[in-house]
Design a protein around this ligand. Structure first.
Ligand code: CTP
Ligand code: ZN
Length: 163
Protein backbone atom coordinates (compact mmCIF):
# COMPACT_ATOMS: atom_id res chain seq x y z
CA UNK A 1 0.00 0.00 0.00
CA UNK A 2 1.27 3.43 -0.92
CA UNK A 3 1.21 5.53 2.21
CA UNK A 4 2.96 8.59 0.80
CA UNK A 5 0.06 10.40 -0.83
CA UNK A 6 -0.81 13.53 1.13
CA UNK A 7 -3.03 15.35 -1.34
CA UNK A 8 -4.99 14.01 -4.26
CA UNK A 9 -4.12 14.80 -7.85
CA UNK A 10 -6.14 17.63 -9.34
CA UNK A 11 -8.02 17.63 -12.64
CA UNK A 12 -7.32 21.15 -13.87
CA UNK A 13 -5.31 23.98 -12.41
CA UNK A 14 -1.84 24.78 -11.14
CA UNK A 15 0.45 22.97 -8.75
CA UNK A 16 3.18 25.12 -7.25
CA UNK A 17 5.70 22.56 -6.07
CA UNK A 18 9.13 22.76 -4.40
CA UNK A 19 8.17 25.89 -2.49
CA UNK A 20 10.77 26.82 0.15
CA UNK A 21 9.48 25.19 3.36
CA UNK A 22 7.46 27.68 5.37
CA UNK A 23 6.51 29.91 2.43
CA UNK A 24 3.17 28.35 1.41
CA UNK A 25 1.12 30.95 3.25
CA UNK A 26 3.07 33.73 1.55
CA UNK A 27 2.35 32.08 -1.80
CA UNK A 28 -1.37 32.18 -0.92
CA UNK A 29 -0.96 35.85 -0.09
CA UNK A 30 0.62 36.52 -3.48
CA UNK A 31 -2.26 34.66 -5.16
CA UNK A 32 -4.70 36.75 -3.06
CA UNK A 33 -6.30 33.64 -1.62
CA UNK A 34 -7.81 34.94 1.61
CA UNK A 35 -10.37 33.96 4.21
CA UNK A 36 -13.70 33.65 2.46
CA UNK A 37 -12.19 32.49 -0.83
CA UNK A 38 -14.34 30.23 -3.02
CA UNK A 39 -11.33 28.73 -4.76
CA UNK A 40 -10.47 25.08 -4.29
CA UNK A 41 -6.98 25.08 -2.80
CA UNK A 42 -4.78 22.44 -1.16
CA UNK A 43 -1.80 23.41 0.92
CA UNK A 44 0.91 21.04 2.07
CA UNK A 45 3.62 22.28 4.39
CA UNK A 46 6.93 20.85 5.48
CA UNK A 47 6.77 17.57 3.59
CA UNK A 48 9.94 15.73 2.86
CA UNK A 49 11.47 16.28 -0.55
CA UNK A 50 14.46 14.48 -1.99
CA UNK A 51 16.06 17.58 -3.46
CA UNK A 52 15.32 20.18 -0.81
CA UNK A 53 14.98 18.48 2.54
CA UNK A 54 11.53 19.91 3.19
CA UNK A 55 9.14 21.76 0.93
CA UNK A 56 5.66 23.22 0.71
CA UNK A 57 3.16 22.63 -2.09
CA UNK A 58 0.14 24.71 -3.13
CA UNK A 59 -2.48 23.37 -5.56
CA UNK A 60 -5.06 25.74 -6.98
CA UNK A 61 -7.81 24.23 -9.06
CA UNK A 62 -9.17 25.75 -12.25
CA UNK A 63 -6.68 28.57 -12.29
CA UNK A 64 -3.51 29.36 -14.20
CA UNK A 65 -1.14 31.97 -12.80
CA UNK A 66 -0.41 35.40 -14.22
CA UNK A 67 3.23 36.18 -15.06
CA UNK A 68 3.28 38.85 -12.30
CA UNK A 69 2.21 36.25 -9.76
CA UNK A 70 4.95 33.88 -10.88
CA UNK A 71 7.53 36.69 -10.66
CA UNK A 72 6.52 37.37 -7.07
CA UNK A 73 6.63 33.70 -6.13
CA UNK A 74 10.23 33.61 -7.43
CA UNK A 75 11.19 36.16 -4.77
CA UNK A 76 10.10 34.01 -1.83
CA UNK A 77 10.51 30.53 -3.33
CA UNK A 78 13.30 30.62 -5.91
CA UNK A 79 13.23 26.84 -6.39
CA UNK A 80 9.50 26.55 -6.99
CA UNK A 81 8.16 24.75 -10.03
CA UNK A 82 4.90 25.73 -11.66
CA UNK A 83 3.00 22.74 -13.04
CA UNK A 84 -0.01 23.36 -15.22
CA UNK A 85 -2.50 20.50 -15.03
CA UNK A 86 -5.12 19.79 -17.65
CA UNK A 87 -7.32 16.73 -17.43
CA UNK A 88 -5.06 15.24 -14.71
CA UNK A 89 -1.91 15.53 -16.83
CA UNK A 90 1.05 17.84 -16.23
CA UNK A 91 1.00 19.68 -19.56
CA UNK A 92 3.59 22.30 -18.63
CA UNK A 93 6.29 22.46 -16.00
CA UNK A 94 8.67 25.32 -15.45
CA UNK A 95 10.92 26.53 -12.71
CA UNK A 96 10.37 30.06 -11.50
CA UNK A 97 13.17 32.44 -12.42
CA UNK A 98 14.77 34.94 -10.09
CA UNK A 99 16.45 37.52 -12.30
CA UNK A 100 19.39 39.67 -11.17
CA UNK A 101 17.27 42.75 -11.82
CA UNK A 102 13.54 43.02 -11.20
CA UNK A 103 11.39 45.64 -12.81
CA UNK A 104 7.89 46.64 -11.79
CA UNK A 105 7.22 43.72 -9.42
CA UNK A 106 7.74 45.48 -6.07
CA UNK A 107 7.65 49.09 -4.90
CA UNK A 108 10.50 51.04 -3.34
CA UNK A 109 9.98 51.57 0.41
CA UNK A 110 11.39 55.09 0.18
CA UNK A 111 8.38 57.41 -0.28
CA UNK A 112 10.46 60.10 -1.95
CA UNK A 113 12.07 57.74 -4.45
CA UNK A 114 11.50 58.86 -8.03
CA UNK A 115 9.82 55.49 -8.74
CA UNK A 116 7.10 56.50 -6.23
CA UNK A 117 6.37 59.91 -7.72
CA UNK A 118 4.15 60.70 -10.66
CA UNK A 119 7.12 60.41 -13.00
CA UNK A 120 6.69 57.59 -15.51
CA UNK A 121 9.48 55.53 -13.93
CA UNK A 122 9.05 51.81 -13.36
CA UNK A 123 10.51 50.47 -10.14
CA UNK A 124 13.79 48.64 -10.64
CA UNK A 125 15.84 46.65 -8.14
CA UNK A 126 19.10 44.74 -8.23
CA UNK A 127 18.82 41.38 -6.51
CA UNK A 128 21.62 41.03 -3.99
CA UNK A 129 22.39 37.63 -2.50
CA UNK A 130 24.72 37.85 0.46
CA UNK A 131 26.51 35.28 2.54
CA UNK A 132 27.06 31.59 2.00
CA UNK A 133 24.43 28.93 2.43
CA UNK A 134 22.82 26.43 0.14
CA UNK A 135 19.70 26.55 -1.93
CA UNK A 136 16.17 26.85 -0.68
CA UNK A 137 15.68 27.42 2.99
CA UNK A 138 18.62 29.78 3.41
CA UNK A 139 17.61 32.04 0.56
CA UNK A 140 15.08 33.98 2.58
CA UNK A 141 17.67 35.54 4.86
CA UNK A 142 20.17 36.14 2.07
CA UNK A 143 18.09 38.00 -0.49
CA UNK A 144 18.08 41.78 -0.58
CA UNK A 145 16.83 44.19 -3.20
CA UNK A 146 18.59 47.45 -3.99
CA UNK A 147 16.57 50.22 -5.61
CA UNK A 148 18.26 51.26 -8.85
CA UNK A 149 17.18 54.89 -8.30
CA UNK A 150 17.69 55.69 -4.62
CA UNK A 151 19.75 52.66 -3.49
CA UNK A 152 17.29 51.86 -0.69
CA UNK A 153 17.87 48.25 0.42
CA UNK A 154 14.83 46.09 1.02
CA UNK A 155 14.64 42.61 2.46
CA UNK A 156 12.01 39.93 1.97
CA UNK A 157 10.02 41.05 5.00
CA UNK A 158 9.73 44.54 3.46
CA UNK A 159 8.59 42.92 0.23
CA UNK A 160 6.03 40.68 1.94
CA UNK A 161 4.49 43.68 3.67
CA UNK A 162 3.46 45.12 0.34
CA UNK A 163 2.23 41.92 -1.29
N1 CTP B 1 0.03 16.81 -9.57
C1 CTP B 1 -1.28 16.98 -9.14
N2 CTP B 1 -2.33 16.61 -9.92
C2 CTP B 1 -2.11 16.02 -11.11
C3 CTP B 1 -0.78 15.82 -11.58
C4 CTP B 1 0.28 16.24 -10.77
O1 CTP B 1 -1.50 17.53 -8.05
N3 CTP B 1 -3.16 15.63 -11.83
C5 CTP B 1 1.13 17.28 -8.73
C6 CTP B 1 2.06 16.20 -8.23
O2 CTP B 1 1.57 15.69 -7.00
C7 CTP B 1 3.37 16.94 -8.05
C8 CTP B 1 3.31 18.01 -9.14
O3 CTP B 1 1.95 18.13 -9.52
O4 CTP B 1 3.38 17.59 -6.78
C9 CTP B 1 4.15 17.68 -10.33
O5 CTP B 1 3.74 16.44 -10.85
P1 CTP B 1 4.77 15.47 -11.58
O6 CTP B 1 5.49 16.24 -12.63
O7 CTP B 1 4.02 14.27 -11.99
O8 CTP B 1 5.71 15.09 -10.36
P2 CTP B 1 7.31 14.96 -10.30
O9 CTP B 1 7.82 14.25 -11.51
O10 CTP B 1 7.63 14.42 -8.95
O11 CTP B 1 7.73 16.49 -10.37
P3 CTP B 1 9.20 17.14 -10.26
O12 CTP B 1 10.07 16.42 -11.26
O13 CTP B 1 8.95 18.57 -10.64
O14 CTP B 1 9.63 16.98 -8.85
ZN1 ZN C 1 13.96 53.85 -4.52
Amino acid sequence: MKRELKVQPIKDGTVIDHITAGQALNVLKILEIKPGTKEVVSVVMNVRSGKMGKKDIVKVENRELKPEEVDKIALIAPNATINIIRDYEVVEKHKVFLPTEIEGVIRCANPSCISNTNEPVRSKFQVVESGAGGEGEEVRSRLRFRCAYCERMMDLDDVMEQL
